[in-house]
Design a protein around this ligand. Sequence first.
Ligand code: ADP
Ligand code: MG
Length: 292
Amino acid sequence: AAPISLVLATGKLARRGIVLKEAGALERLAQVDAIVLDKTGTLTEGKPTMTGISALNGAPSSLLRLAAAAEERSRHPFADALREAARRAGLVVPASSAYAAYPGKGIEATVDGRSVAVGNAGFAADRSWTIHRSLHGFAAEREAGGETIVYAFVDDACAGAFALADAVKRTSREAVDDLQRQGIRVLLATGDHPAAAGKAAAMTGIRDVRASLLPEDKAELIRKLQGDGSVVAMAGDGWNDAPALAAADVGIAMGGGTEAALDAGDMTLLRSRLTGISEALLISRLTVRNIR
Ligand code: ADP
Ligand code: MG
């Protein structure tokens, strides 16, 4: 049977909305000296809104209509944002077919008999699509402000860009401060581009930032830190975080996250606030000290 102090600690955590899959996770948590945080949906609310459109030819609303249709089947927060923007604009969004998703890059589908793709610059590069130079100014300005740009391509030709903004959670700054005060090294790891990553890091006091990572790169970062002798926790919400959550010594899933993240994690923060991590860390350290 588990020592009584572990049982008590588990109850204490549960009252704070922190659920452990097994008691062993608490003992590993007490040893953690580095934490990797995902950005979208973990450090930020993960509910981006579309804040601007730059359409190359034709009305911005026609481009939004096509993009929202192509994103119909995607569960990515950007897809939700584009569909929501189309709904608010009162657009009638047509059905789409032949949907394909490219993790960390974008999506593609057939709309009105045309091939419509929405994704980032890396996605465009993979397909040898050129981002039209008249979009460079729009993209640079929005990215400097911490927003994210996704591009739209219709029948392999650049058609425009969308800007998306995602707010940092109110509790994230305090959580990062608490962790750093406890002597924990905090890193930000994201699939988003360096400017958006840098802005979120600056707003929360994180100094070590890794951007433009694919899901497997996040897991590789965890293994690298472990190779350097760290005991590593990883917090994330997306299916794209699942490999890293599984690789970490303690995987921490956000309660509002995807099934894949919840499955891969050792611990769940039901309230999706990162302050739960520093609380859990303190409790784990006190508990393990009592057992030993
Ligand atoms: P994060 O690590 O921040 O959670 P993701 O790996 O989910 O990010 O996505 C990385 C990037 O891939 C996004 O910033 C976006 O540019 C692009 N992307 C992924 N899915 C989509 C989609 N459905 N629509 C548009 N862009 C997408
Ligand atoms: Mg995420």
